[in-house]
Design a protein around this ligand. Structure first.
Ligand SMILES: Cc1cc2nc3c(=O)[nH]c(=O)nc-3n(C[C@H](O)[C@H](O)[C@H](O)COP(=O)(O)OP(=O)(O)OC[C@H]3O[C@@H](n4cnc5c(N)ncnc54)[C@H](O)[C@@H]3O)c2cc1C
Length: 405
C-alpha cells in the first residue's frame, strides 16, 4: 500500500486528489490536508471582497469530492515537511504523517515587500476570510459615514494596479450603488483609487490591450495614480512618491486594500526547500530537485518554459495543468513502477481579466477579446475548472450556467 500525502486543497492539490481517485483503485491511500474544510476559487476572491459574490458561491466542502474508501481528509495546519524522513508535521494532529509520495500545493501569501505599515494598516486578500473581512469593513465604513460625514469613509484605496487590483477595482465599481445606498449618498461620491508603481500596467497583455483595460477602469470612475511607489502606510493613510520625486504625497481612506503581489507559502523556506520567495524551481517532472518523491505544484513552484528566460507566471490555470501531470505520474509509478516518460509541458489557453460582472478584456487562444465576450469567456474558464474538480454537482449547485451573474 502506497501512501500519498497531498498538502493543500487548492487548485493544484484538490485536482491531484480527484484525478488520483479516478486513476488508481488499489494499493493506494491518499491523505489530503488543508486548514479549511472547504475548497475556494481564489480567482474570485475580489468579488467576495466587494460583495458582488457570496463566499458560498466560490467555495464548496472538500468532503463533496473526497472518496472516503481511498482518501482521508484531515483539517489541520501543515507546520513542517521532513523530506529526509518522509514525514509531514501538523499543528494539532499528534502523529506524523508518513508518505511514499508527497504533493505540496500550499499556495500563495500576500507580499508586503518590507514596506512599513502594510501588515498593520492594509487588508490582504488571499483567502475567503480575508475577503469577507474586507467586505464587512467597507460596509461598516459606509454605515459610519451616516454619522461622521467624513469623506474618507467613502474612499477605498487599492494598493497595486496589477491583474488583481484591476479586477478588484472593477468589482468595487459594480458594488458602488449598494455602498452608496447604505451611506445615504450618490454612487459618484464613493471614491475608488488605485496606486501603482509601474507606468506600464498589466505586462501580461499587449500594450494596446493593457491600455484598453486601464482606460476602461478609468472611464468607470476609478482614480489611477501610476508611476507612484508606495513608501509607507499609516492608519488610514497611504504615502507614495511619484516618479523621481523625493517628496512624499499622501491619500487618506477608510479602507486600504493591499494587492501589490504574492509570493509562495513561507512554509517552503521553513521546511528547508531551496526556494526563492516561497517558490521552488522544480524538475521537468515537477519534483523538488533533491527529492523525486516530492511534487511541488501551483504557486509554490517555479516552472521554466523551454526558452528558459523566466518562470511561467503562477496562475490557477498552470496549477491545474500541473495537477493533471502529477496525478498521471504518481499513478504510473504506483501501478507500473515507472514514471510518465514525457516531461511536463504547458501551453496557456490565455488570460482574461474581469472588470465587474459584465465587462472584461484579455487574450484567449491567440485572440484578443473585450467587453461582454471577455466577461463570458472568463466565466466559462472558471466553470470548466469548477466542473473538472468539483464535478457536475458543484457546477449545478452554484447555478453558474448563468453568464450574467
Ligand atoms: C483576486 C485573484 C484573481 C486571480 N485571477 C486569476 C485568473 O483569472 N486566472 C488564473 O489562472 N489565476 C488567477 N489568480 C491566481 C490563482 O488564484 C493562483 O495562482 C492559484 O490559486 C494557485 O493555486 P494553488 O493550488 O497553488 O494554491 P491555492 O489555490 O492558493 O490553494 C492553497 C491551499 O493550501 C491551503 N493552505 C495553505 N497553507 C496551509 C497550511 N499551512 N496548512 C494547511 N493548509 C494550507 C489553503 O487553505 C488553500 O486551500 C488570481 C488570484 C487572485 C488572488
Amino acid at each position: 500500500m502506497k501512501e500519498v500525502v497531498v498538502l493543500g486543497a487548492g487548485y493544484a492539490g484538490l485536482k491531484t486528489v480527484v484525478l488520483l481517485q479516478k486513476k488508481i483503485k488499489d494499493n493506494v491511500h491518499i491523505i489530503l490536508v488543508d486548514r479549511n474544510d472547504y475548497h475556494f476559487e481564489a480567482t474570485d476572491l475580489h468579488e467576495v471582497a466587494a460583495g458582488t459574490q457570496t463566499p458560498s458561491r466560490i467555495s464548496y466542502p472538500i468532503s463533496d469530492v473526497v472518496k472516503p474508501n481511498i482518501t482521508t481528509f484531515i483539517q489541520d495546519e501543515v507546520v513542517g515537511v521532513d523530506t529526509a524522513n518522509k514525514t509531514v508535521k501538523l499543528a494539532k494532529h499528534a502523529e506524523l504523517l508518513h508518505y511514499d509520495y508527497c504533493v505540496v500545493g500550499l499556495g500563495f501569501v500576500s507580499e508586503s515587500f518590507g514596506i512599513s505599515g502594510v501588515d498593520e494598516n492594509a487588508f490582504p486578500m488571499t483567502d475567503v476570510d480575508e475577503a469577507k473581512t474586507i467586505y464587512n469593513h467597507i460596509i461598516a465604513k459606509m454605515q459610519d459615514y451616516q454619522q461622521s460625514k467624513n469623506p474618507d469613509d467613502l474612499h477605498i484605496i487599492i494598493c497595486g494596479g496589477g491583474f488583481t487590483g484591476i479586477e478588484l477595482a472593477g468589482a468595487l465599481v459594480d458594488a458602488r450603488p449598494s455602498y452608496a445606498k447604505i451611506a445615504g449618498v450618490d454612487p459618484s461620491e464613493i471614491k475608488i483609487t488605485l496606486i501603482e508603481a509601474s507606468t506600464r500596467l498589466l505586462p501580461m497583455f499587449s500594450e494596446k490591450l493593457a491600455d484598453y483595460g486601464v482606460n476602461l477602469v478609468k472611464k468607470l470612475g476609478v482614480q489611477l495614480f501610476d508611476g507612484s511607489r508606495i513608501s509607507r502606510i499609516e492608519p488610514g493613510k497611504v504615502y507614495y512618491k511619484h516618479g523621481d520625486d523625493t517628496e512624499e504625497q499622501t491619500q487618506s481612506a477608510g479602507t486600504i486594500i493591499w494587492t501589490t503581489g504574492v509570493s509562495g507559502n513561507p512554509l517552503m523556506a521553513e521546511a528547508g526547500f531551496k526556494e526563492r520567495r516561497g517558490r521552488v524551481m522544480v524538475t521537468d517532472h515537477l519534483n523538488d530537485p533533491d527529492h523525486d518523491d516530492v511534487y511541488i505544484l501551483g504557486d509554490v513552484a517555479a516552472v521554466m518554459p523551454p526558452d528558459g528566460k523566466r518562470p511561467y507566471p503562477t496562475t490557477a490555470q498552470i496549477a491545474l495543468a500541473m495537477a493533471d501531470f502529477t496525478a498521471e505520474d504518481i499513478a504510473s509509478r504506483i501501478k507500473t513502477g515507472k514514471r510518465k516518460a514525457k516531461a511536463f509541458t504547458y501551453k496557456s489557453l490565455g488570460t482574461v481579466a474581469s472588470v465587474g460582472n459584465t465587462r472584461g478584456f484579455g487574450e484567449a487562444m491567440g485572440h484578443e477579446i473585450k467587453g461582454y465576450t471577455a466577461s463570458a469567456m472568463k466565466k466559462i474558464i472558471a466553470d470548466r475548472s469548477l466542473m473538472e474538480t468539483g464535478g457536475v454537482k458543484e457546477l449545478l449547485s452554484k447555478g453558474r450556467f448563468d453568464l450574467y451573474h
